[in-house]
Design a protein around this ligand. Structure first.
Ligand SMILES: CCCCCCC/C=C/C(=O)SCCNC(=O)CCNC(=O)[C@H](O)C(C)(C)COP(=O)(O)OP(=O)(O)OC[C@H]1O[C@@H](n2cnc3c(N)ncnc32)[C@H](O)[C@@H]1OP(=O)(O)O
Ligand SMILES: NC(=O)C1=CN([C@@H]2O[C@H](COP(=O)(O)OP(=O)(O)OC[C@H]3O[C@@H](n4cnc5c(N)ncnc54)[C@H](OP(=O)(O)O)[C@@H]3O)[C@@H](O)[C@H]2O)C=CC1
Length: 303
């Protein structure tokens, strides 16, 4: 039984095929949750939905209590809900900053605490917190950088404090730029910038939801049973290269990526993520990734 805060995230299908869990999707908009649940069921997965605003600590505890009452347990929690807006720090209001900290840092804490109080403190469990690449600061998004860095540190503390409680493990995944519905939240100009520079990292491309999902599944699974308190960047090496003094262009391959994208799990066509609900430029990019995932990649492949 795994509670995932938010809707279509990071390639859910992965989880069902690999671990056979029942997944509870929780977010504010029920319509989106229901349509995602339908897709999951069509793929053969088991799924339930519930309305939840993670910014409300009482709702978080109530959600966990409801799940335990209905399903008898809560073995896993993925804190995926989150987001921010783009703004230089000089133009950001205190309330704008606080709002993003409230959503990401406070919301993640509320759900971790609710899972602990409502089930895991007594029975154990595994938690994965989705953060973002904040290794070198986060220009344009000071609020989310601070909030995500807070989550990474909180994760380390909880790993130490809660490990002894029936072996709770808690880790973070830090996605690099990932093709997802989240891209709808950014103005076209910002997206154009993402697309123009997306190749300037060791992978030469964006990540896919399936690539994020696979890492989440690994950390939730018994295969990661000796891993706790870590932040796993899943970013094609992007976070390693941001502060290069000579400028990243010097290092990368302008023709695009030689790292074949991974889309879907397992190789069953039905389970592959075929579409992404995102602006046109991002969808076009995804179409190219799909072709590369299926046909392979070589030195002449261009993203
Ligand atoms: C160059 C950068 C590299 C970027 C890499 C990006 C990688 C990350 C990608 C992703 O995370 S994908 C996920 C995308 N999804 C989102 O980001 C969702 C975004 N939106 C939200 O979650 C919410 O809108 C919000 C930001 C949490 C705000 O929610 P809320 O409804 O509570 O806000 P308001 O009450 O409207 O406003 C509160 C406060 O914040 C200010 N504000 C809100 N939006 C903006 C904005 N777009 N620009 C500037 N300021 C904003 C707002 O003005 C309020 O402040 P005050 O005016 O009261 O001072
Ligand atoms: N895509 C990317 O490039 C990257 C994404 N990330 C992070 O990965 C996570 C998933 O991103 P992605 O799928 O792209 O983004 P989306 O914007 O598509 O998903 C965000 C989800 O969070 C839910 N959510 C937002 N606020 C709340 C709330 N108060 N209570 C409950 N649910 C909420 C939304 O549902 P609803 O609105 O219905 O509540 C939505 O399902 C986010 O934390 C994001 O910041 C990190 C780095 C890069």
């Amino acid at each position: 039984m795994v509670l995932i805060g938010s809707h279509p995230i990071l390639g859910f299908a992965v989880y069902f095929y690999s671990l056979g869990a029942t997944v509870i999707l929780a977010a504010r908009k029920m319509d989106q949750l229901k349509s995602t649940a339908k897709e999951i069921e069509l793929l053969g997965g088991k799924c339930d939905v519930m309305q939840l605003n993670i910014r409300d600590a009482n709702q978080a505890l109530e959600a966990v209590n409801q799940i335990v009452a209905k399903h008898g347990k809560l073995n896993g929690l993925v804190n995926n809900a989150g987001g921010q807006f783009h703004s230089p720090a000089s133009k950001m209001t205190p309330n704008g900053f606080a709002t993003v900290v409230d959503l990401n840092l406070m919301g993640t804490f509320y759900l971790c605490k609710a899972a602990f109080d409502g089930y895991m403190g007594e029975h154990g469990g595994t938690i994965v917190n989705i953060v973002a690449d904040c290794r070198n600061g986060f220009p344009g998004m000071v609020h989310t950088g601070a909030a995500r860095a807070g989550i990474i540190n909180m994760t380390k503390t909880l790993a130490i404090e809660w490990g002894p409680y029936n072996g709770i493990r808690i880790n973070c995944v830090a996605p690099g730029m990932t093709i997802s519905s989240g891209m709808k939240n950014y103005p076209e100009k910002v997206l154009d910038g993402f697309i123009a520079n997306g190749w300037m990292n060791p992978s030469g491309r964006f990540g896919t939801e399936s690539e994020m999902a696979a890492s989440v599944v690994f950390l939730l699974s018994p295969a990661a049973s000796y891993i706790t308190g870590v932040n796993l960047p899943v970013d094609g090496g992007y976070s390693l290269s941001r502060s290069d003094a000579k400028g990243p262009e010097a290092m990368y391959n302008p023709k695009g990526s030689l790292m074949r994208p991974y889309i879907g799990w397992p190789s069953d066509e039905k389970a592959a993520i075929q579409e992404v609900d995102a602006p046109t430029g991002i969808v076009k990019l995804f179409e190219k990734y799909k072709a590369l995932a299926v046909n392979g990649i070589n030195r002449d492949s261009k993203l």
